[in-house]
Write a protein that binds this ligand. Structure first.
Ligand SMILES: Cc1ncc(COP(=O)(O)O)c(C=O)c1O
Length: 374
């Protein structure tokens, strides 16, 4: 039997009655934007994440963009982030006219390397200078594993740099006993349908412990004002709609169970692939990984992926080109070899099927296909 890389129909089949009822209730209410489901979801998410304020938005990309604006990033500033991430981690800075600055990752966790950040901020390593123009840092919790936030936050604090967490892939992940999203100035999440908590379209969230920042985010998401038709700043239209909020409220009730299943699948992959020659993902001590992806490394990656597909198992590559080598960022002046770990990861990573509805039998099939394809 073929194993798809993702299966969103299976999740809908499991909770169909509740989703249909939630959508129906919104249709009958006649209230579609910034209504009771959005307010309730924001409270429920703040509680779930252990933060003071949660502001829903139209996407994870908007969350990053508006978060940078909320902390005051402007066109003259640099924004430091990982080179090995989804493009939106960096475009959020570009939208403002600010300049993304890339730093290499740790090879074990795929996340921003605090030593390389320190190096760059000391004036060493590739990238533009003067480095004191860095106004914000965006650590990414890639694949569902928290970045090493303690040293990153300490470096940022020392230099007055704002910390915006890109937690798009990591809802519910914990770092030293606290959920991501509450570890920096603002946490950013995505409800894109494939995420661990996915809507029926686009959606996003920004979280903060700071009432002032929450007010700023609410103003930015609705045309730059707190009162209707009074506009204090350049704002946007970036609201989550009531149907998506109602659906997300239903799904939030299942998230802990789904995360536990993701972790059980990860454990089964680990046991099955032990000694097979693939490099397994590392769980950093003190962190709880929520396995948005289960990402292995293999030297001959493209051939392994092809052979697994021939055996009916689909896999994915997140991400094949590091951001410093993207054509869009050619003008930033980076070159191949600038960030060797990001470049090696882009050549070696392979993401196995990972969703709570996978059966143990399917996991075993993936393991077998992977072993046979090495
Ligand atoms: C790491 C990361 N950052 C940002 C985003 C952007 O989120 P969205 O697709 O909701 O705009 C995504 C997901 O697409 C992501 O994986």
């Amino acid at each position: 039997m073929a194993v798809p890389v993702l299966n969103l129909k299976a999740q809908y089949a499991e909770i169909r009655e509740r989703i249909d009822a939630a959508v129906q209730q919104v249709l009958e209410s006649g209230q579609f934007v910034l209504g009771p489901n959005v307010s309730a979801l924001e409270e429920e998410l703040a509680k779930f994440l252990g933060v003071a304020r949660a502001v829903t938005l139209a996407s994870g990309t908007d969350a990053l963009h508006l978060a940078l604006r909320a902390v005051g990033v402007g066109p003259q500033d640099f924004v430091l982030t990982s080179s090995f991430t989804f493009v939106a981690s960096a475009t959020s800075a570009s939208y403002i006219g600010a300049r993304p600055v890339f730093v290499d990752i740790r090879p074990d966790t795929f996340n921003l390397d605090p030593n390389r950040v320190t190096e760059y901020l000391a004036g060493r390593g590739p990238g533009p200078h003067p480095q004191d123009r860095v106004r914000a840092m965006i650590p990414v919790h890639l694949y569902g594993q928290p970045a090493d936030m303690a040293p990153l936050a300490a470096i940022a604090h020392e230099r007055g740099i704002a910390v915006i967490e890109d937690a798009a892939q990591a809802i519910g992940a914990e770092y030293q006993g606290r959920r991501v999203g509450g570890l920096g100035d603002i946490g950013c999440f995505s409800f894109y349908p494939t995420k661990n908590l996915g809507a029926l379209g686009d959606g996003g969230l920004a979280t903060t412990q700071d009432q002032g920042l929450a007010d700023r985010l609410r103003s930015l998401r609705a045309y730059g004002g707190r009162e209707r038709y009074l506009h204090e700043e350049l704002g946007f239209n970036s609201r989550l709609d009531e149907i998506q909020a109602a659906v997300l409220r239903v799904k939030l009730g299942f998230l802990e169970r789904w995360t536990a299943r993701r972790r059980a699948i990860a454990a089964r992959y680990r046991a099955g692939l032990a000694g097979s020659g693939v490099a397994l993902p590392v769980e950093a001590p003190g962190s709880t990984h929520v396995y948005h992806q289960f990402t292995i490394r293999v030297a001959d990656r493209d051939a392994v992926q092809r052979r697994m597909a021939e055996r009916g198992v689909r896999t994915a590559i997140y991400y094949p080109i590091p951001l410093h080598l993207q054509p869009m960022y050619r003008d930033l002046g980076y070159r191949p070899g600038d960030f060797p770990e990001a470049e090696r990861a882009a050549r070696e990573v392979l993401c196995l099927p990972m969703y709570p509805e996978l059966t143990d039998g399917q996991v075993d099939e993936v393991v077998e296909a992977c072993r046979q394809s090495m």
